[in-house]
Design a binder for this molecule. Structure first.
Ligand code: NAD
Length: 320
């Protein structure tokens, strides 16, 4: 089973990045998003997917390995062009992190996919068993989770989440394609809420925010302490949040909290002062941090205002 044609639904941060990665690896890619206009004759019908592709083309660091690979991506919308997915060897869902829209999409894909296609979800934590509700046996055998991390080209880890019903040949084919063609490092995860990385990582992120509040620290201090200094990514805690998207983080924490009964609640100010006000991180031009012409500002969770960023340097920190 060879994957040469890929369909990605959802042209946001993850979908456009996955499309760029697959196109860079030589695949032909169909990238779909919701229609940009209810009028079928509107030239903006496929604008959301086109915008996603443009963002991937311009992204820094680059999502495409070479600019020419972008010509292998065909953009469309889910109202007019869903039938394009019938040609695809692998269809990857990367839409909003909510069960109902994902389930609706899978019902439509089930009706048109070719029998040999593999279908996967990039969900951050919704169990595959939930996403499969209402689907038939044939679909269930061809379905698994493929949890890429942000940005998909650069993050080596890929969690592959088979269900007890996934065909072994499908797991093998996805493994080999992801390792050999996309260059990922695979971890097979059980179909439990949050899988491995988010069950631990998002829990750690939320716990860090709580400690910050208890000790009266600032976002700058926490990122200074939880990044390179302790051998973790430079994006540390809050830069990672901005990269992920605060809306995605809100959905993920709510979902994993509800399904595990564990405490994944984000501080109220994240919901009230940032998510509710559209400050969703890099995708909206600001979140925990905001870039301005005068420099980077950091959200002060005590005063609820942005203040100039204070980097932790010198002293014991510098020595460490
Ligand atoms: P995003 O908000 O950047 O993009 C989602 C895209 O899906 C948007 O362009 C939106 O218009 C589109 N969309 C929404 N509903 C749709 C529908 N019914 N049909 C077609 N398109 C639809 O989100 P994202 O960060 O790219 O996340 C996508 C998925 O990947 C989510 O399940 C998320 O949990 C998961 N994920 C996100 C990250 C991350 O760091 N952001 C990491 C791993 C996994």
């Amino acid at each position: 089973m060879r994957v040469t044609t890929v369909g990605v639904v959802g042209a946001g941060a993850m979908g456009s990045g996955i499309a760029a990665l697959a196109a860079s690896a030589g695949c032909r890619v169909v990238l779909l998003d919701i229609p940009g206009d209810p009028d079928p004759a509107s030239p903006n019908r496929s604008a959301p997917a086109r915008t996603g592709l443009q963002k991937a083309i311009k992204s820094k660091p680059a999502s495409f390995m070479e600019a020419a690979a972008a010509s292998r991506v065909r953009t469309g919308n889910t109202a007019d062009h869903l039938s394009w997915l019938a040609e695809c060897d692998w269809i990857c869902e990367a839409i909003i992190e909510q069960p109902a829209p994902k389930q609706e999409l899978f019902a439509k894909i089930e009706a048109l996919m070719k029998p040999t296609a593999i279908v996967s979800s990039n969900t951050s934590g919704i169990p595959m068993a939930v996403l499969l509700e209402g689907r038939g046996e044939r679909f269930r055998r061809r379905f698994l989770g493929t949890h890429f991390f942000n940005p998909p080209r650069y993050m080596h880890l890929l969690e592959v989440i088979p269900t007890p019903e996934t065909d072994h040949a499908v797991i093998g084919a996805m493994r080999s394609f992801a390792e050999r063609t996309l260059g990922k490092g695979i971890v097979l995860a059980k179909d439990v809420p949050g899988f491995i990385a988010n069950r631990l990582g998002v829990f750690g992120m939320v716990a860090t925010m709580r400690r910050m509040e208890q000790h009266g620290l600032t976002i700058d201090e926490v990122d200074g302490l939880t990044g390179s200094l302790i051998g973790r990514a430079r994006s540390a805690t809050f830069r990672t949040g901005d990269l992920t998207g605060l809306d995605v983080l809100a959905h993920v924490t709510r979902g994993i909290g509800a399904t595990t009964g564990e405490d994944f609640a984000l501080p109220a100010w994240v919901h009230d002062e940032l998510v509710a006000k559209g400050k969703l991180g890099d995708k909206s031009g600001g979140g925990f941090y905001q870039k301005t012409k005068a420099g980077t500002l950091t959200f002060d969770w005590k005063t609820k205002e942005y203040v100039p960023q204070q980097r932790l340097e010198g002293g014991d920190i510098g020595a460490a």
